[in-house]
Design a protein around this ligand. Structure first.
Ligand SMILES: [Fe+2]
Ligand SMILES: [Fe+2]
Length: 472
């Protein structure tokens, strides 16, 4: 299905046939652009960037590469192809035709789900807006901007649903999405991790690996939704999200690789003296970003999660591939729980445990990435492994929110935690060291001291391609 680029708002939803919606979105568009100019990448709005733009939504050839000034990026509304005769795959409405309109009784709940997802998209752009100045290479700078414009498009995707299906409340929510600000005390973004700072590139790469991956799992479970427009919107967003996963996984992999190279060249030396990031420090940043991302999945036991499922609004990861009854009324699921000062496994009702189940899918996916990083370390003959900390470590939400847990899963007293904390999480000194490395490298094909170059460039271009034209 091709996308109509002659329209002011590129789309594949026949926007021209729906005057009311078209007007609502054309009214929102300049406000979005004002937000982008205010809160998008700082200092790079006038430059040509080698970006990918979606031109159709089928699996092949949906992307076209070319020079774009970011404010001129063709943000638009792209839904995956409809699945003919799609039915609802789970919950109380299982087997009924998928909804093409919002079911009245679930209106408020569905709107909240869409707003919560939508709010994360501009938030990450805001968090990352100062990174350009300290880019480790033009290649990485381009990838950052690609992620940023696509998060902007993800906001469009959610705003389309709000404007098209939720009338006046939807319009108000669409405005509010442009008014909240990441980290703002008075009007913060909705979820905690999206109010944290992204102060430097190490934290950004960790964010794209761990926090964007939460996004992947939320989108994947919304793809299963009985509300068909939401399902189709999220299905297309996931194709863009794959690039964000790539940036995080290969980015951290390249940092690890650089560290290993320095360790081999200067055996016994402190790698920091050679401008690389030592693996214990990498471990601390991993611990931090993983734990705040785990919180995004919510409480282990949650009636909201059960309701979203029973209502048919949000499924499990790969719901349609599972072979159970898709109702889960009498089923159980194994959940970690605190028993005094021990952490045990306990069988809980499956429906309220759905957050924990999605978190488990996410953890397994994170582990696969960590395994690939560890392979790089091993290939350099270095006897050290990065590890995901225990799920209870450094949590603010759910079962472990009030408890101190070590990375290896022991329940600690506050005093034990205080004594060890700086071994497990980045200290002010680590942070100062990482900041000291953040010097811009903008010569094509060159990379900062702390990150290796990639094996290949973007879209078949050489690594030394001038991905961002700094000269303007
Ligand atoms: Fe996104
Ligand atoms: Fe993303």
């Amino acid at each position: 299905m091709a996308i109509d680029y002659l329209e002011r708002i590129p789309n594949n939803v026949n926007l021209a046939d729906n005057r009311r919606l078209q007007r609502a979105l054309e009214d929102w568009q300049p406000k979005f652009l004002d937000w982008w100019k205010d809160m998008g990448p700082e200092g790079y709005q006038a430059l040509d960037v080698y970006l990918r733009t979606a031109i159709s939504v089928d699996a092949q050839g949906w992307a076209q590469f070319g020079w774009v000034k970011m404010p001129e990026y063709r943000w638009g509304i792209f839904l995956a192809e409809p699945e003919p005769n799609r039915t609802i795959a789970f919950g109380d409405h299982k087997g009924e035709p998928a909804w093409q309109e919002v079911p009245g009784e679930y209106r408020g709940t569905l709107r909240r789900l869409i707003v919560t997802q939508g709010d994360t998209e501009p938030a990450s752009v805001e968090q990352q807006r100062h990174l350009g100045r300290t880019c480790p290479s033009l290649y990485d700078l381009r990838n950052l901007f690609q992620v940023n414009v696509e998060e902007g498009r993800h906001l469009w995707a959610m705003v389309y649903l709000l404007q098209a299906y939720f009338g006046r409340d939807g319009r108000e929510e669409a405005e509010a999405l442009l008014q909240r600000r990441s980290g703002d005390r008075d009007k913060p973004r909705i979820l905690g991790a999206f109010n944290e700072r992204t102060p430097h590139w190490l934290s950004y790469l960790m964010f794209t690996f761990f926090t964007d991956r939460d996004g992947k799992y939320q989108l994947a479970s919304l793809c299963e939704s009985g509300f068909d427009p939401l399902s189709r919107t999220c299905r297309f967003m996931l194709t863009e999200e794959a690039h964000h996963m790539f940036v995080g996984e290969t980015g951290i992999g390249r940092v690890v690789q650089r560290t290993c190279e320095v360790m081999r060249q200067h055996t016994g030396d402190d790698v920091r003296r050679h401008g690389a990031i030592d693996l214990p420090t990498m471990q601390k940043y991993l611990n931090f970003h993983y734990s705040v991302s785990l919180d995004l999945f919510g409480s282990e036991i949650s009636t909201n999660a059960a309701n979203f499922y029973t209502m048919g609004l949000k499924g499990r990861f790969e719901e349609t591939k599972k072979t159970d009854d898709h109702l889960l009324k009498g089923a159980t699921y194994t959940v970690s729980a605190l028993e005094g000062d021990r952490i045990v496994k306990r069988e809980e009702a499956a429906l309220p445990s759905l957050n924990e189940r999605l978190r488990d899918d996410y953890i397994a996916d994170c582990q696969r990435g960590v395994d690939r990083w560890n392979r790089i370390i091993k290939e350099h003959g270095i006897d050290l492994k990065l590890k995901l900390p225990h799920r209870g470590f450094h949590r603010a939400i759910g079962m472990f929110g009030e408890t101190r847990v070590s990375p290896d899963g022991r329940v600690l007293s506050q005093a034990e935690w205080d004594a060890k904390k700086s071994e497990w999480l980045p200290s002010a000194e680590d942070e100062a060291f990482i900041q000291s490395l953040m010097k811009p490298v903008t010569e094509p094909g060159k990379f900062a001291s702390w990150i290796a170059g990639p094996p290949r460039g973007i879209n078949g271009q050489p690594v030394e391609f001038e991905y961002v034209k700094l000269a303007g």
